[in-house]
Ligand binder design. Structure first.
Ligand code: 2M8
Ligand code: MG
Ligand code: MG
Length: 276
């Protein structure tokens, strides 16, 4: 099984970014052969660092589906359309960040003072609005594809901003804290790409997938996965889905809900697990 997981507010606590509550389940799932694929708005630099801390070593999806990063031994062959860059295969689907920061200067004319762009924040300011440490904020600032925008005005104005950005060719996505200006990419398209490539290279007819997420930017992946898990959030409503089957909504927040759902969906098989 391929388990696609959002990070902020899902595997990581919305406020503290702790994943401790999920560690025993992560360990158990990996020993059973499940593959955990982070599918996040975070940057490549952030996920590389987090993977090391969590103990993940497989493929991951960054910046809301903008690119898939694949370690050399994750798949038998070179992934279709991949470029080799700093130790990974990279499959990218989106224009570079400069495209969106350029667009923001146009939007600033109509929405003057109503938003703050990530690229205009220094590290201290990123820490202040996200609660990240300085080290992690600096990894978050290394964006390659999209541009997060902190909305400071009303919800109606935010909707007007999104509509205007769409006219300029963006496909904005709403994360836990930011509106992400990005191209026509999302976590669902990236999930399907990786599932298909995995099936093709392993000559499998089907492979089961589970997606877990807490935010609106997770809707696309939650709609297309074999099973969808809506993770409860202390900060906002769970994402609204159109599908009605194979959907779970957790009681617990973040990593507590993550564990609750996966212990139910992929229960421990006591008699076949080998103790190391
Ligand atoms: C941003 O992403 C989250 C995802 O939900 C958001 O929109 O609130 C990104 O800047 C990411 O790189 C960063 O780590 C995160 C920190 O909260 O915020
Ligand atoms: Mg999230
Ligand atoms: Mg996210």
């Amino acid at each position: 099984v391929l388990i696609f997981t959002d990070l902020d507010g899902t595997l990581l606590d919305h406020y503290t970014y702790s994943f401790d509550a999920a560690l025993p389940t992560i360990d158990r799932l990996q020993k059973m052969g499940a593959i955990i694929v982070p599918n996040t708005s975070k940057t490549k630099a952030e996920v590389i660092e987090l993977n090391e801390r969590i103990g993940l070593a497989g493929a991951f999806i960054i910046e809301n589906g903008a690119a898939i990063i694949i370690p050399k031994d994750f798949l038998p062959e070179k992934p279709r359309g991949a470029q080799w860059a700093s130790g990974f295969w990279v499959v990218s689907f989106a224009p570079r960040r400069s495209h969106w920061t350029g667009l923001l200067s146009k939007l600033a004319a109509d929405f003057n003072g109503e938003f703050e762009a990530f690229s205009d924040m220094d590290i201290e300011r990123i820490c202040e609005v996200t609660g990240l440490s300085k080290e992690d904020a600096s990894l978050a600032s290394q964006r390659q594809y999209g541009e997060p925008v902190l909305w400071k005005s009303s919800a109606d104005r935010q909707e007007a901003f999104i509509q205007q950005a769409k006219k300029y060719g963006a496909s904005p996505l709403i994360g836990g804290r930011f509106v992400h200006l990005c191209g026509d990419t999302n976590k669902g398209k990236a999930l399907l790409w990786l599932v298909n490539e995995y099936k093709r290279q392993h000559q499998r007819i089907s492979i089961s997938s589970i997606a877990l997420g807490d935010g609106k930017n997770d809707i696309a992946m939650l709609e297309v996965a074999g099973t969808a898990v809506r993770i409860a959030s202390p900060a906002h409503e769970p994402p609204q889905l159109t599908r009605e089957t194979r959907v779970i909504t957790t009681k617990g927040y973040g990593p507590v809900g993550w564990t609750e759902a996966l212990d139910q969906l992929v229960p421990p098989i006591h008699n076949t697990i080998k103790e190391n």
